[in-house]
Design a protein around this ligand. Structure first.
Ligand code: HEC
Length: 196
């Protein structure tokens, strides 16, 4: 208890009430931010297209309003001559993720900057100028071929990981989908071997 002539800042109840009010308020802010983040990062949300985006063209273009490069989703551009339904695209990309995990691509590569810095970041591999030389459908085939039998592009070679065709197709679908994710201006293609 405080004496009547003591300032309220001397009263522990003031600080206790302040701490409780701040904790409740910040918990609500945290919950709101978490819900918003989940909405933003869930496939089909504002920044992460749903998996069937693999049926569309995906390019990476400069947005003068945002002053950064952003993925642009265009019209239909099929890979492997097939239009994937939402379920098929989910399965294929789920498989691509398993192949990525089983072959430990991130021992050498990064996705969104996470992983090893031995080989180039793969977040925008689909829109890498090396592959952009080929129109969409051919690019998918070229990437499959590269993943199955890597040829040397820069100063370090990608090892042959004994990837089978079905696995390579799943990987390419995964890479195409990932290129469509809005990374909020996160730099792309850093660590490209040819640039060293
Ligand atoms: C032992 C290290 C290593 C592992 C593991 C590895 N890579 Fe690579 N990868 C490289 C290197 C090095 C290059 C650069 C090759 C070059 O420039 O000739 C490369 C290049 C690539 C490229 C072309 C680069 C580009 O910008 O398009 C792709 C795509 C790729 N790797 C995908 C994968 C995938 C998918 C996996 C897993 C299934 C994987 N890599 C596993 C080392 C690795």
């Amino acid at each position: 208890m405080t004496e009547p002539d003591q300032p309220y800042t001397q009263d522990p109840r003031f600080w206790r009430a302040g701490a409780i009010a701040t904790s409740i308020f910040m918990s609500l802010v945290l919950a709101a931010l978490t819900i918003d983040t989940l909405r933003q990062i869930t496939p089909g949300g504002p920044r992460v297209p749903s998996y069937d985006v693999i049926n569309n063209s995906v390019t990476y273009e400069y947005d003068s309003t945002r002053a950064e490069y952003v993925p642009k989703i265009g019209g239909e551009e099929l890979i492997f001559g097939h239009r994937y339904s939402a379920d098929e695209a989910d399965d294929l990309i789920g498989k691509g993720k398993l192949v990525i995990q089983s072959r430990a691509c991130i021992d050498c590569h990064t996705f969104f900057g996470n992983g090893g810095y031995y080989a180039p970041d793969l977040t925008r591999a689909w829109t890498d100028p090396i592959w952009m030389r080929y129109p969409g459908p051919r690019r998918a085939d070229k990437l499959v071929k590269f993943l199955m039998h890597p040829l040397r592009l820069g100063s370090r070679a990608m090892p042959d990981l004994n990837i089978q065709r079905a696995e390579a197709e799943a990987l390419v679908a995964y890479l195409k989908w990932m290129s469509s994710v809005d990374g909020n201006g996160f730099p792309d293609r850093f660590g490209a071997v040819s640039g060293q």
